[in-house]
Write a protein that binds this ligand. Structure first.
Ligand SMILES: [Zn+2]
Length: 120
């Protein structure tokens, strides 16, 4: 689901968050709409919002946020990026020696892939 941030023309730190589209905006309580006039600001995925704002948006259909727009995090927030890194146990070879090097086996740490996931 997409959502949109509106900024009050009267106060640049006063923001309104609601679902994207004129319909969602027009469905807001009159009192909220009168906090404006509102100017359209950022748009983005609800999933990239801070959890507290996401909860408010789900509960009441909008959220009034008194924060600088940079604190609302729309396109700034990204899902955690998974990186591949060389497995520290087998050093990327995917196999580890056993029986004093007479045989080898799949590295148990990386499952024989030679790399592990790291989360940034
Ligand atoms: Zn390994």
């Amino acid at each position: 689901m997409r959502c949109k941030v509106w900024r009050s023309n009267k106060d640049k730190e006063l923001h309104l968050l609601c679902a994207e589209g004129a319909g969602a905006f027009n469905a807001l309580p009159t009192a909220i709409r009168h906090l404006g006039p509102w100017t359209g600001s950022k748009e983005g995925e609800v999933g990239s919002l801070r959890p507290a704002y996401r909860v408010k948006l789900a509960e009441q259909g909008f959220a009034v946020i008194y924060q600088h727009v940079s604190k609302i995090e729309l396109e700034h927030a990204r899902p955690q990026v998974q990186m591949m890194a060389e497995c520290p146990t087998c050093k990327g070879k995917a196999r580890v020696p056993m029986h004093h090097g007479l045989r080898d086996k799949d590295c148990p740490r990386c499952g024989g892939r030679g790399w592990v996931r790291t989360t940034t």
